[in-house]
Write a protein of this length. Structure first.
Length: 316
C-alpha cells in the first residue's frame, strides 16, 4: 500500500507540475499578445519620431541609462537570492532550482500586473527596460518570502504562492506609491517588509505539530554555509544598483549609489565587530553573525539612500 500511494503521488506530480507550467505559459502568451506593447523608447516608429522631435541620438534612449542596473538586479534575483537560500544541508539544488522557477514564473505575471496598474494606456500595457526592473523588484519580494518556507511546499504550491504574492504586491505597491505617494527608492517597505511578512504568514498557515521530527534537516553544513555566503556576497556587491536602479537620472541616482556603497562597507565592519564581541574568546562567526547581520542592515538602509546626507549614511 505504501508503494502504491508513493507511486500515485509521483504520478500526480509528474502530470501536475508540467500542466501548471504549460497552461500558465499559454495564458501568458495570450495575455501578452492582447495587452503588451513596447513603450515609445522601445518601439521602432515611436522612437524615430521622438528622435526627430527632440533632436536626440540613440545613446540617449532610456535603455542605456537603465540596462546596466537591470543586469545587476537580475543577478541579485537569480544568483544572489538563489544561493543565499542554500544554507540548509539538504536543500541546495532545491533552493537554487525553485528560486529559478518562481522568479521566471513571477516576472511574467509581474509585468502584466504592474502594467495594468501603472502603465495601462488605451487598453495596452507599455513596457520598457524600467518595467523589467520593477518586475524583478516584485519577484525579489517573492524570493524573500521563499526563505520562510524552504522545504515546506511542493513546486506547484510554490507557483500558486507566487501568483498570489505578485498580485498582492502589485496592489500594495500601487496604493503606497501612486495613491499615497510614499518615497521608497530602495523598496524597503514595498519589497522587503512585504515579502518578509507574507512569508511569515504563509509559513504560519503551513505549520504542522510534527515538524519537530525534521529538525535534523534544518541544520547547515560547511559547504551549504559557503554557498550561502557566496549568495550574500552577490547581493552585497550589487546592492548600490538595486537601490538606485529606478531613481531619477542625475544627482538622485548618483546619491543613492554612493550612500549605499558607503553604508554597505560600514555594515560589514559593524557586523564583524559585534560578532567578535559577542562570541566566546572573540571568535568570528561568519554564519550566524556576519552573514545574517549584513543582510538586515542592507534592507534597513534602503529608506535613507536618496537624501543628501554623507556621514549619516555610514552611521545608519
Amino acid at each position: 500500500m505504501v508503494c502504491l500511494s508513493t507511486m500515485a503521488r509521483n504520478t500526480d506530480m509528474r502530470w501536475r507540475l508540467p500542466m501548471v507550467c504549460l497552461l500558465w505559459e499559454v495564458a501568458m502568451i495570450i495575455l501578452f499578445g492582447i495587452f503588451v506593447r513596447f513603450n515609445p523608447e522601445a518601439d521602432v516608429a515611436d522612437w524615430e519620431k521622438e528622435k526627430q522631435q527632440r533632436n536626440v541620438s540613440d545613446i540617449e534612449n532610456e535603455f542605456y541609462f537603465r540596462y546596466p542596473s537591470f543586469q545587476d538586479v537580475h543577478v541579485m534575483i537569480f544568483v544572489g537570492f538563489g544561493f543565499l537560500m542554500t544554507f540548509l544541508q539538504r536543500y541546495g539544488f532545491g533552493a537554487v532550482g525553485f528560486n529559478f522557477l518562481l522568479a521566471a514564473f513571477g516576472i511574467q505575471w509581474a509585468l502584466l500586473m504592474q502594467g495594468w496598474l501603472h502603465t495601462f494606456e488605451h487598453g495596452k500595457i507599455l513596457i520598457g527596460v524600467e518595467s523589467l526592473i520593477n518586475a524583478d523588484f516584485c519577484v525579489g519580494s517573492v524570493c524573500i518570502a521563499f526563505g520562510a518556507i524552504l522545504g515546506k511546499v511542493s513546486p506547484v504550491q510554490l507557483l500558486i504562492m507566487t501568483l498570489f504574492q505578485v498580485t498582492l504586491f502589485s496592489i500594495n505597491e500601487y496604493i503606497l506609491l501612486d495613491l499615497l505617494h510614499v518615497k521608497d527608492a530602495g523598496g524597503s517597505m514595498t519589497i522587503h517588509t512585504f515579502g518578509a511578512y507574507f512569508g511569515l504568514t504563509v509559513t504560519s498557515i503551513l505549520y504542522r505539530p510534527n515538524l519537530d521530527q525534521t529538525k535534523d534537516k534544518q541544520e547547515s553544513v560547511y559547504h551549504s554555509d559557503l554557498f550561502a555566503m557566496i549568495g550574500t556576497l552577490f547581493l552585497w556587491m550589487y546592492w548600490p544598483s538595486f537601490n538606485s536602479a529606478i531613481s531619477n537620472h542625475g544627482d538622485a541616482q548618483h546619491r543613492a549609489a554612493i550612500n549605499t556603497y558607503c553604508s554597505l562597507a560600514a555594515c560589514v565592519l559593524t557586523s564583524v565587530a559585534f560578532s567578535s564581541l559577542l562570541q566566546k574568546k572573540g571568535r568570528l562567526n561568519m554564519v550566524s553573525k556576519v552573514r545574517q547581520d549584513v543582510m538586515p542592515f542592507s534592507y534597513l538602509l534602503q529608506s535613507f539612500m536618496e537624501p543628501s546626507i554623507t556621514g549619516v549614511c555610514l552611521w545608519v
